[in-house]
Design a protein around this ligand. Structure first.
Ligand code: ADP
Ligand code: MG
Length: 540
């Protein structure tokens, strides 16, 4: 009797798309994202100019930056953006690669879906292929490196900084990166740990990229508190304070009733005495530099200047912590508790003019557990892109030091995996074999895009690469030489990458592709109408 009467389970206005239509729609959206970033892959990739709603411009070649800045609407496309973010957090590099691979896996899956291979079979095949790929990567492609292999570390940093923005200064920057990461490397519980957050990257435009400087200590974006203070203090003994050198103001409004003029004087004298006590406590500790997280009263600054003490106020908490690690000092809360043993040490504290600004340099720390890099470049856009490249390189060098495994770049690793997986596919059997083969083909998207972006004929390059990885004279290190589009040994060209970047890129690509493939029903609730008169409520 119910026949013909539609049963409404979902709220009116809910949009629903099911089955193959839903899958196709999701795949198309995800592929659109992958297509958008593919042209930026590799050192010859193009840059993108992004203009946000405020009109601010970002020029970048970095996959994750592009995807973060662009406002993506479609839910499946958003999932791809998340992959780039995960990759960035885990490895700092390989974001474009992960997205391109995910797009390619989905493209090949579409073909399998058309042939009525069930999504579950495809995802199972991808999982099997992924496990095998990880095994091959570890045992047959990766090469172990020791922390002393400075040249390899520099090569990895140079490869990570592939983008054109830093082209001329790449070697110098790579050396700086390796020096900085080495400085903060620690052995913890038998493991090597590189906490790159301990490397402070400051940037100032003006000058050239090659003026970028490594500092065995910390750079603060602050000038000294008083013009009479010394500009430079040698053999600095630094008090690190996280409480204010001021007289506390009462929270509630308070009044002082004064009956004669002498009272006002004694009140001011009392205030002055308190300030004097603060300065005396600093002097007594032996400090000649004060770095304070909170404010310092002008009167205190004046007295400190008289004593020849260099003081900086309103320093960020994170900077204070880095200073403690760099100088070996302790952060002190109450000025009364300050003693000589709390002071940090540095060969020099000085104020320098960088571009338009005055900055404080705490340099020559004896065994700094925290260091800085001051990035320079012609314009703000340049320094921003240099900083992004540096951040990639810092994490890349850290992962090589932590894991100790590198593999060849330039698509060599992907082609080798592809060739090996194709051979292995036969042993899988069943319909999953088709998915394993699709996976193997998808990996070729990386050398393909590298060659294409370099302006070469991708087909020719790929044919050359395949034959170099097969047969009796096979060489697993052959990738694309972007100078001529021909096959070349990546260890000879010194294009190297951490195995972690490759492993993570492939894993995250499989993860997101599988997730998208498993969706067969999209239920979208109706967007709530914008409030009348609210932003965007009018123009239609
Ligand atoms: P991602 O965001 O994935 O790191 P990139 O634009 O940094 O993307 O490009 C990385 C790819 O470029 C890697 O496959 C890497 O091996 C390759 N690559 C970097 N430098 C070179 C080079 N000099 N020659 C050939 N390939 C290179
Ligand atoms: Mg990169």
């Amino acid at each position: 009797m119910l026949q013909g009467t539609p049963i409404l389970v979902l709220k009116e206005g809910t949009e629903r798309e099911r089955g193959k239509g839903a899958t196709a729609n999701n795949i198309a959206a995800a592929r659109a994202v992958a297509d958008a970033v593919r042209t930026t892959l590799g050192p010859r990739g193009m840059d993108k100019m992004l203009v946000d709603s405020m009109g601010d411009i970002t020029i970048t070649n970095d996959g994750v930056t592009i995807l973060k800045e662009v406002d993506v609407e479609h839910p499946a496309a958003k999932m791809l953006v998340e992959v780039a973010k995960t990759q960035d957090q885990q490895c700092g590099d390989g974001t474009t690669t992960a997205v391109v691979l995910a797009g390619e896996l989905l493209k090949r899956s579409e073909y399998l879906l058309e042939q009525n291979v069930h999504p579950t079979v495809i995802t199972r095949g991808f999982q099997l292929a992924l496990q095998e790929a990880k095994r091959i990567l570890e045992s047959e492609i990766g090469t172990a490196v020791k922390p002393e292999d400075e040249a390899v570390l520099i090569d990895c940093a140079v490869t990570a900084m592939g983008s054109k923005g830093v082209a001329g200064a790449r070697e110098g920057l790579a050396t700086t990166v390796v020096k900085a990461v080495r400085r903060i490397t620690e052995e913890r519980g038998g493991k090597t740990v590189c906490d790159v957050d301990q490397i402070k990257v400051e940037k100032r435009h003006g000058g050239q990229v090659s003026d970028t400087e490594f500092i065995e200590g910390i750079v603060l974006d602050k000038e000294r508190g008083h013009p009479r203070m010394p500009v430079e203090v040698a053999n600095a003994k630094i008090a690190l304070l996280n409480s204010a050198l001021e007289i506390k103001k009462t929270e509630i409004e308070s009044k002082i009733n004064i009956k004669n003029p002498s009272q006002i004087q004694s009140f001011l004298d009392e205030e002055d005495k308190t300030f004097h006590k603060m300065v005396d406590a600093i002097k007594a500790s032996g400090a000649n530099v004060v770095i304070c997280q909170k404010g310092i009263d002008d009167v205190v600054l004046h007295y400190l200047a008289k004593e020849g003490i260099y003081a900086v106020k309103q320093v960020k908490e994170s900077d204070l912590q880095k200073l403690a690690r760099a100088t070996g000092g302790h952060i002190v809360t109450g000025i009364k508790e300050l003693s000589g043993t709390d002071l940090g040490k540095a060969a020099k504290v000085e104020q320098r003019k960088i571009g338009e600004d005055h900055m404080t340099f705490v340099t020559g720390c004896s065994n700094p557990r925290s260091v800085s890099i001051l990035v320079r470049g012609g314009t703000e856009h340049v320094t921003q892109e240099v900083e992004r490249s540096l951040q990639d390189a810092l994490k890349v060098v850290a992962s090589v030091l932590e894991d100790g495994v590198v593999c060849p770049g330039g698509g060599a690793t992907e082609v080798e995996l592809s060739v090996k997986l194709r051979k292995w596919a036969a042993s899988v059997g069943g319909r999953e074999q088709l998915a394993v083969e699709a996976f193997a083909q998808s990996l070729e998207a990386v050398p393909w895009a590298l060659a294409e972006n370099g302006g070469y004929d991708s087909i020719n390059t790929l044919i050359e690469l395949r034959s170099a990885h097969n047969g009796p004279a096979a060489n697993r290190n052959i990738g694309v030489n972007l100078a001529d589009g021909k096959a070349a040994d990546m260890w000879k060209l010194r294009v190297l990458e951490p195995a972690r970047v490759k492993r993570q890129a492939i894993s995250s690509a499989v993860e997101v592709a599988s997730m998208i493939l498993r969706i067969d029903d999209i239920i979208a609730s109706r967007k709530s109408a914008p409030a009348p008169g609210g932003p965007g409520g009018h123009d239609h």
